[in-house]
Design a protein around this ligand. Structure first.
Ligand SMILES: [Zn+2]
Length: 318
């Protein structure tokens, strides 16, 4: 048995060091972004934690606070390269324990394509992690078409993951950690809908998209999206199939913190579309993550194997 975690972040060690030295990092002031306790660990310390959890491989993504989509493009190009080079070094030093996902300057589609190409062809990455939107622009905007073309052609897996400070829910409330506990799930459903209703998945049949946090409220809300498609002409502009027909075009991590919800996701999208993702090293991560999956009574052993490693082993060639 193996376990391969597609939802595992890193904080650039160069940022951690800059903070300790009291220096700026690509315009960030020392300590401007808080660092979770485990996030400052070096790769060897991280591997020891993976060993204690029983996790074999982290598909490492630089944390979303480092997207920098709202910065000057030259700053973001430079910070993205530095983050990606650091993750690449982790995969070089520990090729059996780490694989890479890039971070990209999505505010400039040409620059994003160029960095994705560098990640895929020179750094050996498996894809990239991107936000649910780019400074408020949704992914059905025509300007993103060249990016989907490129990602599709390169076979890049795109892990969709919010930047916490940009959660849609924050317009109503920022209390009680709701932008994370609810906001991620709301944004993921909007992202699914933008990809599907906007015709992105229809135009790009080989595009690989993994929705973190199990796709948020996507599965629970799909009946209502289908109903809207049936009764409203504006919902049918780009697609001649109901949204539910596209559910199994995406992958979904297992990060539900609820056995019943995970069972529902599996039954809705198919177990071959559900992958292991834990949100290491965040406080919202799954504790003892492989043990949690293995202990779920409503999943068969075959389903547990598919989620823990088999699906990602095949999909990402890990
Ligand atoms: Zn995360």
């Amino acid at each position: 048995m193996r376990s391969i975690d597609i939802h595992a972040h890193s904080t650039p060690q160069s940022y951690v060091k800059a903070t300790r030295d009291g220096k700026e990092w690509h315009g960030l002031k020392p300590g401007q972004l808080p660092i979770a306790p485990r996030a400052s660990w070096n790769p060897e310390q991280r591997i020891r934690d993976m060993d204690s959890l029983g996790v074999d491989v982290h598909v490492v993504s630089t944390g979303s606070p480092f997207y920098f989509y709202d910065r000057d493009i030259e700053v973001t190009k430079a910070s993205s390269r530095e983050c990606n080079d650091e993750v690449h070094q982790m995969t070089v030093d520990h090729p059996t324990r780490f694989a890479g996902l890039g971070t990209l300057p999505m505010q400039d589609v040409n620059a994003a394509v160029a960095e994705l190409e560098r990640c895929m062809t020179q750094l050996g990455f498996k894809g990239a992690m991107i936000d649910d939107h780019v400074n408020g622009k949704q992914y059905d905007e025509p300007e993103f078409e060249p990016f989907w073309n490129a990602a599709e052609e390169m076979g890049a897996m795109l892990l969709i993951h919010q930047r916490p400070s940009q959660a849609s829910v924050r317009h109503r409330t920022t209390r009680y950690h709701l932008p994370n506990t609810i906001g991620n799930l709301v944004d993921r459903a909007v992202t699914f809908a933008s990809f599907v209703f906007g015709g992105v998945m229809e135009r790009h049949p080989d595009l690989r998209v993994c929705l973190s946090h199990a796709g948020g409220y996507t599965c629970y809300g799909i009946g209502r999206m289908d109903r809207g498609w049936q009764v409203r002409s504006e919902a049918r502009i780009h697609i001649d199939k109901p949204p539910s027909a596209y559910l199994s075009r995406f992958w979904y991590d297992c990060l539900t913190h609820s056995e019943e919800a995970l069972r529902y996701v599996i039954d809705t999208v198919g177990v071959d579309r559900v992958v292991f993702g834990t949100d290491w090293p965040a406080d919202m991560a799954i504790d003892w993550s492989p043990a949690w999956i293995l202990g779920l009574e409503s999943l068969t052993q075959d389903e547990k194997d598919a989620i823990l490693w088999k699906n990602l082993e095949t999909l990402l060639n890990i």
